[in-house]
Design a protein around this ligand. Structure first.
Ligand SMILES: Cc1ncc(C[n+]2csc(CCOP(=O)(O)OP(=O)(O)O)c2C)c(N)n1
Ligand SMILES: [Mg+2]
Length: 261
């Protein structure tokens, strides 16, 4: 749930993709290095039109084309298969290098978890991407402060990610992962800045595990949960209430701006 907002912004406002032609050569790529978040990505793909929304009900069932972890041979719109943490970023960097060598003018967006940064392979990839000046890739870190079995800083601290990524040769952007406007700003700035300085960029997204659903946010264990129908109903109502509030705020802001002119 911590990456729903960034996926919505990427697919609806930033990425050049064509659901009718998922393999289009010059498309932007999305590599979900934290491949266990397949269900979030499938929702974004369904709403973008890659497949029927009804298919979401088959998640994880025998024979489904929507397995829990992303599989590029099963699901239209999945660019690379992921799930073994630490490896997706290497694949994404390889794709960015390949696209550059082909002379394509596209971007590879890679989403990685904050716990996943504990994998040593991640830092090999980051160093390589900076060395090869891969200005056609944007790494997004889902800084939700938690991993499978606890708080990331209790298990193995990530320390200051801004300082670490800068030291590894990345341009660093930060954004509020709950605020679609701020995410959009950070991604658009990243695209522009990375090309102008010839460096890969990382966007550190400040998020919360279980984001947008109060009972999931506060649960002591929330890596996965058994959700009853009543809980699902409660979660949907909460999301709709927040959406309504955001729309009302946007309307007030537009009116204020109009009066100020
Ligand atoms: C190499 C590897 N080890 C362990 C796992 C099991 N696993 C799945 S999700 C997860 C937690 C990862 O934490 P984080 O990257 O912070 O993602 P989040 O839980 O916040 O979604 C783990 C350990 C895995 N998928 N791959
Ligand atoms: Mg995490």
């Amino acid at each position: 749930m911590s990456i729903c907002e960034v996926l919505a912004v990427l697919y609806e406002g930033v990425m050049n993709v064509d659901p009718g032609n998922p393999q289009k050569e010059d498309r932007d790529w999305l590599v979900l290095s934290k491949g266990h978040c397949g269900p979030a990505l499938y929702s974004a793909l369904a709403y973008k039109g890659y497949f029927d929304i009804e298919l979401l009900n088959t998640l994880n069932q025998n024979g489904t084309s929507l397995p829990s972890h992303c599989d590029r041979l099963k699901t239209p719109g999945i660019d690379l298969s992921t799930g073994s943490l630490g490896q997706g970023i290497s694949l994404g960097i390889g794709a960015a290098l390949g696209n550059k060598m082909k002379g394509l003018d596209n971007y590879v967006y890679i989403i990685i978890g904050d716990g996943e940064l504990q994998e040593g392979q991640v830092w090999e990839g980051i160093q390589f991407a900076a060395h090869r000046k891969l200005d056609n890739m944007i790494l997004i870190v889902d800084c939700n402060k938690r991993q499978l079995d606890g708080y990331t800083n209790d298990i193995c601290s990530t320390f200051d990610l801004g300082v670490k990524f800068s030291a590894f040769g990345f341009e660093v952007q930060k954004a509020d992962g709950k605020d679609c406007g701020d995410i959009y700003r950070a991604l658009m700035d990243s695209k522009q800045i990375s090309k102008s300085i010839g460096k890969p960029t990382v966007v550190l997204l400040d998020t919360q595990k279980g984001q947008g659903c109060s009972f999931a946010e506060i649960a002591s264990f929330n890596h996965y949960m058994v959700v009853t129908e009543a809980m699902a109903e409660e979660a949907i109502c909460e999301v709709e209430r927040r959406l309504q509030k955001a729309l009302e705020k946007e309307q007030t802001d537009i009116e204020k701006e109009g009066q100020g002119r």
